[in-house]
Design a protein around this ligand. Structure first.
Ligand code: ADP
Ligand code: MG
Length: 252
């Protein structure tokens, strides 16, 4: 493990200017993610979670403070990150394989090795047999897995995920949560995972960072006391249930 943080937010504040006045979305956020660490950020709707993720992705410049990725100051969209959103935003006229390959052009990856890697990643997410299918031929959960493969194409060090499973039905969501842990354990990336689901945060994360209502501030940083790998049964364990109950206390 390197001592340089995969991600660090230093006193980040974001104020949006709107026609009806200024909105303070984030206030003095300090957050560190160590190399290989999985951190979930949990908070109520509208508290600034997506804003934080956009800062980490270099899509928004904070009005105060700054972010670093791998120790480097972040001032524009970086290529060291892979991003996944609630909707996988696949192009319907491209095959699954070509959708995974989409970032290859913008990131100027050599097409031969990138295509091989895309196939390996489709294998990793269980979609090797669907490389030549079109997105409309896949279920919502399968489409989200295509999005995960695409996020990993350029082998980024830091994964930024903004409620990637929120639009899925409960059973698919649970299956993908297990799958994401497996993928993460195989790839050992650092992860910033945004969610408003307490069980999802506890199941996946090494640490759960809790945000207050807007303007989002960090009000807790909870180390999850569960061994890995975690299984479907883990969700019924006393330690899991206690952790969820503890975190729920922040939102009552
Ligand atoms: P969350 O992801 O936790 O639901 P967001 O980061 O999307 O929260 O938004 C935090 C607050 O900032 C909300 O009140 C939202 O309305 C406001 N906001 C988000 N994006 C913009 C924007 N581009 N312009 C103005 N206000 C915004
Ligand atoms: Mg959001």
């Amino acid at each position: 493990m390197s001592s340089i943080d995969a991600f660090a937010a230093e006193r980040i504040s974001v104020r949006y200017q709107t026609r009806s006045g200024a909105i303070d979305a984030l206030r003095d956020i300090d957050l560190r993610i160590a190399d290989g660490e999985f951190v979930a950020v949990l908070g109520p709707s509208g508290c600034g979670k997506s804003t934080l993720l956009k800062v980490a992705a270099g899509l928004i410049t904070p009005t105060g403070g700054h972010a670093t990725i791998g120790g480097k100051r972040l001032d524009r969209p970086g290529r060291d990150v892979g991003v996944a959103f609630q909707k996988p935003n696949l192009l319907p006229w491209k095959t699954v394989l070509d959708n995974v390959l989409l970032p290859a052009r913008t990131l100027r990856l050599a097409l031969g090795p990138a295509t091989q890697r895309a196939r390996d990643l489709l294998e990793l997410v269980g979609l090797a047999a669907f490389a030549d299918n079109y997105p409309a031929e896949l279920s919502g959960g399968m489409q989200q897995r295509v999005g995960l493969a695409r996020m990993l194409l350029h082998d980024p060090e830091l994964l930024l995920m903004d409620e990637p499973f929120a639009a899925l039905d409960a059973m698919t969501r649970e299956a993908l949560t297990l799958e994401l842990q497996r993928i993460w354990m195989a790839q050992r990336k650092s992860v910033l995972f945004i969610t408003h689901s307490i069980p999802e945060a506890v199941f996946l994360a090494d640490r759960v960072v809790v945000m207050s209502a807007r303007p989002g501030r960090i009000v807790d940083d909870f180390a999850v006391p569960l061994e890995r790998p975690r299984h479907a049964d883990t969700m019924a364990s006393a330690a899991f249930v206690d952790a969820c109950r503890y975190l729920r206390g922040h939102f009552q």
